[in-house]
Design a protein around this ligand. Structure first.
Ligand code: FE2
Length: 280
C-alpha cells in the first residue's frame, strides 16, 4: 500500500487501493497496523455500496451493530444493511430525518465511550457534502496526553471518568437521570489495547465526572484538559469530498464536526468495528 502522510499531527492517505473488493487477510492485517500507527487513513475517489462497506469493515474485525434508543430517529434507510447507519441532515418528503445524529456543529467525542466496550474503529464514506463547513476534525489523544502539563496529568492519572450520552443534547453532559441515559466508567487515561501507548480518554461532549469528585469540581479539572486537547497542534481537519472514505482509531482520537448550513445537504455512511474493555 502506498502511504502518504497527511500534513497533520495524525493520519495518512492511501492512494492505490480500491475498497469495493473485500480485503484479504494480509491486506486487513497490514491496514490494521497502519491505523494503529497513524490513527487515521483516508482513501479518496472510492465508489462503495453499503454492502461493500460492510464487507470491508468485517475484514478488520467484528462489525458493531447497536440498537439505538427506541425514541431516537433511526429510519428504515439505516436498517437495510445491518451495521450501516447514515449520518445526515436530509429529511424525506414527510420531513422525517434520513440519518442519525443532530445537525450542525458537534463537540469532540470518542464514539460509544458511554458503553462498556467503546468502538475500535469508525469509518465514514462521503456521499453528499455541504458547500461550506461540516468538516470533521480529529484530535490526537496520544500527543494530547504526552504534552499535558504535569499538574494536570496528576489530577486524572489512575482515575475513572464517567461518560454519558444524551441523544437529545449537543452540549455539556450531565450525570442526572443516569437511569435514562447510556453511561459507562472508563479510565481517564487508557493504555491503548493494540499499541500499549497512553492516550487521554475523556472528551467534552460525553465526559461529565471524575471518580471521587463532584460534577462541578470535575469540570474544573476537565475543562483545561479539553482546551489543551483541542488545540490545533493536535488536530487534523478534513474538508470532505464525495467519494472520500476515512477510517480511524476511535480509542486514540476524538472527533468533532464544524457547523454547516442546514439547507446544505450532507450525507455520510457510517460503519464500525467493535472494541473491548479498556485498562489503564
Ligand atoms: Fe462520532
Amino acid at each position: 500500500m502506498k502511504i502518504i502522510p497527511l500534513n497533520a499531527p495524525l493520519g495518512v492517505s492511501i492512494e492505490n487501493l480500491s475498497l469495493h473488493g473485500p480485503l484479504n487477510k494480509e491486506q486487513a492485517l497490514e491496514l490494521c497496523e497502519i491505523i494503529n500507527k497513524y490513527q487515521l487513513v483516508l482513501f479518496r475517489k472510492q465508489e462503495l455500496t453499503a454492502s461493500q462497506q460492510i464487507a470491508f469493515s468485517k475484514a478488520l474485525g467484528p462489525v458493531r451493530k447497536r440498537k439505538l434508543p427506541a425514541d431516537y430517529f433511526s429510519p428504515a434507510s439505516s436498517l437495510e444493511t445491518p451495521g450501516i447507519v447514515y449520518v445526515s441532515n436530509i429529511r424525506d418528503r414527510n420531513g422525517i430525518p434520513t440519518g442519525i445524529i443532530p445537525d450542525g456543529e458537534m463537540w469532540f467525542h470518542h464514539d460509544t465511550c458511554y458503553t462498556s466496550e467503546p468502538d475500535r474503529f469508525t469509518m465514514l464514506y462521503a456521499m453528499k457534502v455541504p458547500r461550506k463547513g461540516g468538516n470533521t476534525l480529529w484530535a490526537n489523544m496520544y500527543t494530547a496526553w504526552k504534552t499535558l502539563p504535569d499538574a494536570l496529568k496528576e489530577q486524572i492519572i489512575g482515575k475513572q471518568a464517567l461518560n454519558v450520552y444524551d441523544y437529545a443534547t449537543k452540549s455539556r453532559p450531565e450525570s442526572k437521570n443516569l437511569s435514562l441515559i447510556e453511561h459507562a466508567w472508563h479510565p481517564a487515561v487508557i493504555k491503548h489495547p493494540f499499541t500499549g501507548k497512553k492516550a487521554l480518554f475523556i472528551n467534552r461532549l460525553m465526559t461529565c465526572k471524575l471518580e471521587g469528585l463532584s460534577e462541578r469540581k470535575s469540570l474544573k479539572v476537565l475543562e483545561p484538559i479539553f482546551d489543551h486537547a483541542e488545540q490545533t497542534c493536535h488536530i487534523y481537519e478534513h474538508h470532505w469530498k464525495p467519494g472520500d472514505f476515512i477510517i480511524w482509531d476511535n480509542l486514540s482520537t476524538t472527533h468533532a464536526r464544524t457547523h454547516f448550513n442546514n439547507y446544505d445537504e450532507r450525507r455520510l455512511r457510517r460503519s464500525k468495528v467493535s472494541g473491548q474493555t479498556l485498562n489503564t
